[in-house]
Design a protein around this ligand. Structure first.
Ligand SMILES: [Mg+2]
Length: 424
């Protein structure tokens, strides 16, 4: 038994240092799939879950028959109905979707603790440390797909790759109900022909700009020098340089630190003037403060932002770095944002950007337990990563089963990681 545990730990440790195995799981048209599962009469008709057209609702999810008409999520319901007059739009039941989601995440959790949910229906799994099926991420993904279908009646598409970026592209590749595996030796050829539009962070504007530079695929992108990319795209240029080479070092982050708090409101009728927009600030600001009150003991504000979505669905966000906040600051930001579009507004949002958690204090609270000193646990973004915990445990077998949360203290920082010393 001991040997078995030791093997698991060794795998994780080497996985952390060498090749990662990431699975991106994505349910196919999740909300619609749940509804079709529960009501067979929805199965073969165009179906969408969304807000009502007469209340300016938008589509949250639609099934594949609806997609054939061009209906997409985030589209105004009114527009979706124009594209597909026979579309059945239902309000949906979030509670039900949350329950199915929890059931699915539980199945993932049996494979690894290292899970980063992106939404109710999407998650990254780091299975580098798993020795299931002799560590074959492909077979793990196949098993997850069939178990989720068996136990919840929902199909998922999975992408398997050495990093998050490629795993996500892969899960989309054979959608719906598909599996796509990119092995490390396939990365180069896969990325070569990948359209730049598929890269995370490349929206239509960036894609257009790249196209004007003669870039359609990552292969084209690779021919550009790093300096050329940073000149044209600032910090994102560096990222483009890496992505076009299939490089993505991001870890699967199991706990996300909240970076902002915001409130927003979609209006039943467009706001037609700046004054009308400004008149809604006091009420939104009150709501924002109320929402922030839950966090204010632990977190402090480092900036404000205002978001405006215009009647044509374009949107803009204006920020200001400050620790102070009042109605005037928000009014100023809103005025600047409104001028960027100068057209009717359908949605207003106010928000606070939050400072990172203080790193000089104990990262996890608890009584201080003096004892022999050990080094090696690593935190990222202030959070313990499971692979890292295992690597530390490898060095400290006696820690197994010990309440580790009581023993971690920050020591020094390098390249975004904090190396920890801990006592046991
Ligand atoms: Mg999905």
């Amino acid at each position: 038994m001991n040997i078995c545990i030791y093997t698991v730990i060794t795998y994780s440790f080497s996985g952390f240092l060498r090749m990662k195995k990431i699975i991106h799981c994505d349910c196919d048209c999740f909300f619609a799939a749940v509804e079709m599962r529960d009501k067979p009469e929805y199965k073969n008709i165009p179906l969408a879950i969304g807000g009502r057209a007469d209340r300016r609702g938008v589509i949250a999810t639609c099934n594949y028959p609806a997609r054939q008409f061009g209906v997409r999520s985030a589209m105004a319901t009114a527009h979706a109905l124009k594209l597909c007059p026979s579309l059945t739009v239902i309000p949906g039941e979030m509670e039900k979707y949350r329950n199915v989601s929890a059931q699915i995440m539980q199945i993932y959790r049996e494979v690894t603790e290292c899970i980063e949910p992106l939404s109710l229906d999407e998650a990254y799994l780091d299975v580098s440390g798993s020795n299931l099926y002799k560590g074959s991420a492909t077979r793990i993904a196949q098993m997850l797909r069939s178990r989720v279908l068996q136990e919840t009646g929902i199909t998922i598409s999975a992408g398997v790759a050495p990093n998050k970026f490629l795993a996500k592209v892969a899960s989309d590749w054979n959608k719906p109900d598909g599996l796509c595996v990119i092995t490390p030796d396939q990365v180069e050829s896969f990325v070569e022909n990948l359209p730049v539009r598929k890269l995370h962070g490349v929206g239509s504007k960036t894609a257009e700009k790249l196209q004007s530079m003669g870039v359609d695929t990552c292969g084209d992108l690779k021919t550009l020098a790093l300096s050329q990319l940073t000149e044209n795209f600032g910090r994102f240029g560096q990222r483009l340089y890496e992505l076009s080479r299939g490089v993505d070092d991001r870890d699967v982050v199991t706990h996300r630190v909240r970076k902002s708090i915001s409130v927003e409101h979609t209006f039943a009728a467009d706001l037609l003037s700046l004054d009308e927009c400004l008149s809604h600030i006091p009420e939104l600001y009150r709501e924002l403060q109320q929402r922030f009150s839950r966090y204010q003991d632990e977190r402090s504000i480092q900036g404000l932002f205002v978001k405006l979505k215009f009647s044509d669905f374009t949107q803009t966000t204006i920020e200001h770095r400050t620790m102070d906040h009042n109605v005037l600051f928000f009014s100023d930001l809103m005025t600047r944002g409104y001028k960027r579009g100068n057209k009717p507004v359908r949605l207003l949002g106010l928000g606070f950007r939050l400072k990172d958690l203080p790193l000089t204090e104990p990262l996890l609270q608890g009584p201080f337990l003096p004892g022999p000193l050990l080094q090696g646990a690593m935190l990222q973004n202030g959070m313990l990563q499971s692979g890292m915990l295992q690597s530390a445990m490898l060095k400290a077998p006696r820690l197994k089963g010990f309440p580790l949360k009581n023993t971690f203290y920050k020591n020094k920082e390098s390249e975004g990681f904090q190396q920890l010393s801990f006592w046991y």
